[in-house]
Design a protein around this ligand. Structure first.
Ligand code: PEP
Ligand code: MG
Length: 581
């Protein structure tokens, strides 16, 4: 028997399964370069029309299957492909070029599609790069139909599909065959195949480089979507290890489901608000299907990616209304644009120090009309009184005052137009710049809540670039300065009667949960994937105990001492929780 082999990739959708591999090789349909004779043009135009119609029909079928399996939001991927085929300007251009250039429909269509896909491929943005494969899928579909070839999928039920690349349509169509996993050579976390696998709850590993060449159809394999492994010819020992892991995972998932409906409070009944950080569409499903919780941080920057620039007021109203509706009756905290830094800049010049540059509220206050549009859209979405506004990158009180004046102007404008909104909408600020920490007491008198952005606060406090892997070991959540800053901010908030949350990644670190509670944090806004786990920890914490622990911890002057105390408490409370690995 062949020896066991382990292949590593990017874990893209959690879960573990075992099964037989099916290697899926998608054909790249050839185009016909033969020039046309003028009496062949009419027939070619009809052939193109027929291929477009057939492709639309196929896409509509896939879309309705997707709708049924993964919901409306996720199936919108197919709308984008359909829209392109329904774009009369696009098809008219192809028609016109066939007639005037006497070239085949496949040649012209491919050429027109390449113009669009080229722009995506050359983008520096991962998300846009991934859209390239969606367009390639559309190209192959139409050219296959021009060649009158059928779509073949002979995959056996319960297989693990392995391919160089999978399109969203492949992922959806294969799921009809009860597949047990997907693994691809290419792709990243934002590839649509990865997104759909997560929505379908099918384990997936992407970016495996050459897995499709190393595994053959019929090989017995294990796919581990949690750690990103494919194991071929697993030994007896590996198989029994994984049997145990699968059983544990099933148990764990059952426990987590139960946990979701339980209150978020410590053993001594201190309520800790637990909410989610949401940025992308696929995360919204978590609110609808799993968490049914509030959103402590709704990042609006994704609208920038989708609209390649400042989104229109209409688009924003639609987006914020949607998020407010699905969160209702829970609260959604919408953060105004935090562009700049490592996020998209609305201008071409690069700054030498973007993290210390034109970013967040600074851009909003400079571009007042754009800021007003965003505030207006947020206010309109607040009509059911479940929306809060939050400003990022506040570094001085004058920014808060200026933002409030602008908000008041927008409110007056809405009043004049008799447009409904929440008059008492709560406005808060992110505390993520050291100057805001020093001014916390004054700032707290001017806002309704604080939210600590530990990602930036740590970066600015410790002078450690959050995205620089050379110094990632210096990005210390348990640094005494960070712990003391959090305590000081929480105290300043409470002294002035306002609540304080943490929405940076530290809130999603299970090791930090008890400490943050002990430091006085009222709300944790976490990434959806750890939501149940953090709830489980909150329910094991004893508030009185962690408050005392934090008093000790605040005396520490070395990071390792803080971390050791945090670990010890974590071990103590989690020894009762069944651990995963
Ligand atoms: C933070 O800085 O901690 C935060 C939540 O904001 P972002 O990561 O979007 O900068
Ligand atoms: Mg930040």
């Amino acid at each position: 028997m062949a020896p066991e082999k382990i292949f590593k990739g990017i874990p893209a959708s959690p879960g573990i399964s075992t099964g037989f591999a099916y290697i899926y090789a998608r054909s790249n349909f050839e185009i016909d370069y033969q020039p046309l004779k003028s009496d062949e043009v009419e027939k070619e135009l009809l052939e193109f029309e027929r291929a477009v119609e057939l492709s639309k029909k196929e896409l509509k079928k896939i879309r309705s299957l997707a709708y049924e399996k993964i919901g409306e939001k996720n199936s919108m991927i197919f709308d984008a492909q359909l829209e392109m085929l329904e774009d009369s300007y696009f098809t008219a251009t192809v028609f016109h070029r066939i007639k005037t250039e006497l070239k085949t429909a496949s040649f012209i269509f491919d050429d027109e599609i390449s113009k669009i896909s080229g722009a995506f491929l050359n983008s520096n943005d991962d998300y846009l790069k991934e859209r390239f494969s969606d367009i390639k899928d559309l190209r192959n579909r139409v050219i296959r139909n021009l060649r009158k070839e059928k779509l073949v999928s002979k995959v056996e039920e319960n297989s693990i599909i392995i391919g160089h690349e999978l399109t969203p349509a492949d992922t959806i169509l294969f799921s009809k065959r009860k597949v047990k996993g997907y693994a691809t050579d290419k792709g990243g976390l934002t590839s649509h195949a990865a997104i759909i696998s997560r929505a379908l709850r099918i384990p997936a590993v992407v970016g495996m480089k050459d897995i499709s060449k190393n595994i053959s159809t019929g090989d017995f394999i294990i796919i581990d979507g949690l750690s990103g492994y494919i194991i071929s010819n697993p030994s007896e020992h590996t198989q029994s290890e994984y049997k145990r892991k699968i059983a544990e995972l099933e148990d764990y998932e059952r426990t987590l489901k139960d946990i979701l409906i339980m209150p978020s409070e410590t053993v001594d009944n201190k309520k800790i608000e637990l909410s989610a950080n949401i940025e992308f569409d696929e995360e919204i499903d978590f609110i609808i299907n799993t968490g049914h919780c509030g959103i402590g941080l709704y990042r609006t920057e994704h609208l920038f990616i989708e609209e390649s620039g400042f989104p229109s007021e209409e688009k924003q109203i639609e987006e914020y209304m949607h998020i407010a509706n699905i969160t209702y009756p829970n609260i959604v905290t919408i953060r105004t644009f935090d562009i700049g830094g490592d996020k998209l800049l609305p201008r071409s010049e690069k700054e030498d120090n973007p993290f210390l540059g034109w970013r967040g509220i600074r851009i909003s206050l400079d571009k007042v009309e754009i800021f007003k549009e965003q505030l207006k859209a947020i206010l309109i979405a607040s009509k059911d009184k479940n929306v809060k506004i939050m400003y990022p990158m506040i570094s001085s009180l004058s920014e808060v005052i200026k933002a409030r004046e602008i908000l008041e102007e927008v409110k007056t404008d809405l009043d004049e137009k008799k447009i409904l909104y929440d008059r008492n909408i709560k406005t808060g600020i992110m505390i993520e710049v050291p100057s805001a920490y020093f001014l916390a007491d004054e700032l707290a008198r001017h806002v309704d809540f604080f939210s600590i952005g530990t990602n930036d606060l740590i970066q600015y406090l410790l002078a450690v670039d959050r995205g620089n892997e050379f110094i990632s070991g210096m990005f210390l959540e348990f640094h005494p300065a960070v712990i003391r800053a959090i305590k000081y901010i929480a105290d300043a908030a409470h002294k002035n009667g306002i609540p304080v949350s943490v929405c940076g990644e530290m809130a999603s670190n299970p090791l930090a949960t008890a400490i943050l509670i002990g430091l006085g944090i009222d709300e944790l806004s976490v990434v959806p994937s750890v939501f149940p786990q953090i709830k489980q920890i909150i329910r094991k914490v004893n508030y009185r105990e962690v408050k005392n622990l934090c008093n000790e911890l605040l005396k520490c002057s070395i990071e390792t001492e803080v971390k050791k105390m945090a670990e010890e408490y974590y071990k103590k409370i989690t020894s009762e929780i069944e651990e995963l690995s």
